[in-house]
Design a protein around this ligand. Structure first.
Ligand code: GLN
Length: 618
């Protein structure tokens, strides 16, 4: 990032003014280095979790760096994390600029209590019992207009689409006023912008109209999907996992791809196989093609949209610029599987209070009941997908299922057959342990329910784990394991081999090292990977399974999903066509063993410290 900022500044040393777009993790450093006059804070959400920190840690770093800043801050009061970070700054202009993504701010960054979001179109915004609430804003974005007492109602007319672009323009215009422009003048200048670094640019590919868009994280998708879902044109989605993209595409399970079910989707990019499995579970008809331009030229006949994450987008842009002729091909898309879950999806984690307390929780004994436990606390790493995978794999076999995403503010549903816990940030993890400490999950375990617990969820099931400040925190004691914190954080691809020779692939991202009590079996040995930290990953005891693998683990390892289903159904399961999952697994194993999986500095250090010797010795 620093190199990028320096080369931007060096490209025109005589410029009177510079506008720098800064990654969230680099904001404190950029503020220190530039003594900026104005800082504009749009939003803060999970992004490239393997490379940057978890969101709350970033918000805290923002807050520390803004406390004494001399810059004028323009901040989005509709984003609780931005608000908490910016409220300490000496000079702030608040704008209620909206936002569709709340998944990283269900819990207060100041006290961890649940934040209440007033339903739209209420003007109340959000608030927490500790007093943190949406500040009174001088400006608001209302139906595409910038509104304030001082300026009246200013229409924003842009050439590029999307609610989020209106918000960006409004905030940029307020910032521009501090640098001597008028808000109207800045908005007028922005109305002429036809593309931003190729984003929203229109192209012709083999004579067909196409447009390029960038979406690189779930919050970006939450905005973009409103734009593309209503149509029916084919959509090409490119997903890479290079350094600039983040190496872990588990976030694809936080995107409500179910909303694209009226479209034909082409999965392309280096992680097209991960996307294909996600689309299969979203019930979206799709093709998998390695060449993004070929993909653009192949499907349908009308206009086409390309949406890529960071480097996939850049690759497509440069390929189109070079104008290479592309072959068109006729391919048969993967059909939608019958019975894919239409009532709940991984992208729809938080049912409204009405459905939550009504239909969703109605007890229907004849159905297989699967509960995703507290996704508002343990949903940072896409692990909600495990519940969706179990539900779909049962439904595809004709087994009726009820899938319940159970947030932490309602009692945990009793009498379910399978409970899935996911990974989460340190503070929310402690809160989840407290909430579950009341006995509901222990009761379920006592009844013989199956429990899958990933990362933070896995640690919670043990006897102790470290809280945010490193303090030893009691777990539920359902697994005889305990976790300590160690440096550096274990981040990267993992391959696990169990004692029957079965292989599971996944991605880990944690600071914990977990020791198993005597007689507690692991999931298997790791190579590559850190897992528990002593050459194995995870722990099993009866029907309880803990692991550090994200992915989600059951999406990437169908055999493990079926093993959990079998533990409940108790009979042979009809075979499914698992080609998409098998290709993905082969590809991930090949990438890990050929050294194509990038080894981060943290892991390199671990290996130097001799962890490899232990890993390979097991
Ligand atoms: N907070 C835990 C750790 O860092 C778990 C993180 C996670 O769930 N990914 O070890």
């Amino acid at each position: 990032m620093d190199a990028g900022l320096i080369s931007a500044l060096a490209s025109k040393p005589s410029a009177r003014m510079a506008v720098l777009e800064v990654d969230e993790a680099h904001l404190p450093g950029a503020l220190r280095a530039t003594r900026a006059d104005v800082v504009i804070l749009l939003n803060l959400s999970r992004d490239q979790l393997d490379r940057t920190s978890e969101v709350r840690m970033l918000a805290e770093r923002w807050r520390d760096s803004l406390r004494n800043t001399t810059a004028h801050v323009v901040a989005n009061s509709d984003d609780p994390l931005v608000t908490w970070a910016a409220e300490v700054a000496p000079d702030v202009t608040w704008i209620a600029a909206g936002g569709n993504w709340h998944e990283d701010a269900y819990h207060c960054p100041a006290c961890d209590a649940r934040i209440t979001f007033a339903p739209a179109p209420s003007k109340e915004g959000w608030s927490c019992t500790c007093g943190l609430r949406r500040p009174a804003a001088e400006f608001a974005l209302i139906e595409g207009d910038l509104v304030s007492d001082r300026t009246g109602r200013l229409p924003i007319r842009l050439s590029i689409p999307g609610r989020f672009n209106l918000a960006n323009a409004a905030m940029a215009a307020i910032g521009a006023e501090y640098l001597g422009s008028s808000i109207e003048g800045a908005l007028q200048a922005m109305s002429e912008v036809g593309e931003i670094g190729g984003r929203f640019s229109a192209h012709r590919i083999n004579g067909r109209a196409g447009s390029l868009m960038l979406a690189k994280n779930p919050a970006g998708w939450a905005e973009l999907i409103d734009l593309v879902a209503p149509g029916t044109s084919p959509i090409v989605i490119g997903i890479n996992s290079r350094l600039a993209d983040g190496h872990d595409p588990s976030w694809l399970w936080d995107v409500p791809f179910e909303r694209l079910s009226a479209h034909l989707v082409v999965a392309t990019g280096e992680r097209r196989r991960d996307l294909a499995v996600r689309l299969l579970h979203a019930g979206v008809e799709h093709l998998v093609l390695d060449d993004p331009l070929g993909a653009l030229a192949t499907v349908g006949s009308g206009p086409i949209e390309f949406i890529g994450n960071y480097t996939a987008f850049q690759d497509a842009r440069y390929a189109i610029r070079r104008g290479r002729p592309v072959e068109t091909a006729t391919l048969t898309p993967t059909r939608r599987r019958p019975g894919a879950d239409e009532s709940a999806s991984a992208g729809e984690k938080f049912p409204s209070a009405a459905t939550r307390n009504g239909a969703r929780q109605r007890h229907t004994q004849s159905r297989l009941r699967i509960v995703v436990v507290h996704p508002d606390l343990l949903g940072t790493y896409g692990d909600g997908g495990n519940g969706l995978v179990l539900a779909n794999r049962a439904r595809w076999r004709g087994i009726p299922v009820e899938l319940i995403f159970a947030p932490s503010d309602v009692p945990l549903p009793r009498d379910a057959d399978i409970y899935c816990l996911g990974g989460g940030e340190d503070g929310p993890q402690v809160r989840a342990a407290e909430q579950l400490g009341h006995g509901s999950l222990a009761d379920a375990a006592g009844r013989g329910a199956t429990i899958l617990a990933v990362c933070a969820g896995y640690q919670i099931l043990g006897t102790t784990f470290p809280g945010p400040d490193g303090k030893v925190t009691p777990g539920l004691g359902l697994l005889d394991v305990s976790t300590n914190r160690a440096e550096p954080r274990a981040v990267g691809d993992v391959i696990v081999r169990d004692r029957l020779g079965r292989v599971a692939t996944g991605f880990e991202n944690h600071a914990g090292r977990t020791s198993r009590g005597p007689g507690v079996e692991s999931l298997g040995s790791v190579m590559p990977g850190i897992g528990n930290g002593e050459g194995t990953d995870g722990a099993r005891s009866g029907r309880i399974l803990g692991t550090y693998l994200h992915g989600p683990v059951l999406a990437r390892n169908a055999w493990l999903a079926d093993e959990l289903l079998r533990s409940v159904i108790g009979s042979a399961l009809a075979p499914l066509d698992d080609e998409a999952e098998e290709i993905l697994a082969r590809e991930r194993i090949a990438a890990s063993t050929s050294g194509r999986v990038p080894i981060g500095e943290a892991r390199r250090r671990l290996l130097r410290q001799g962890v490899r010797a232990v890993v390979s010795g097991k």
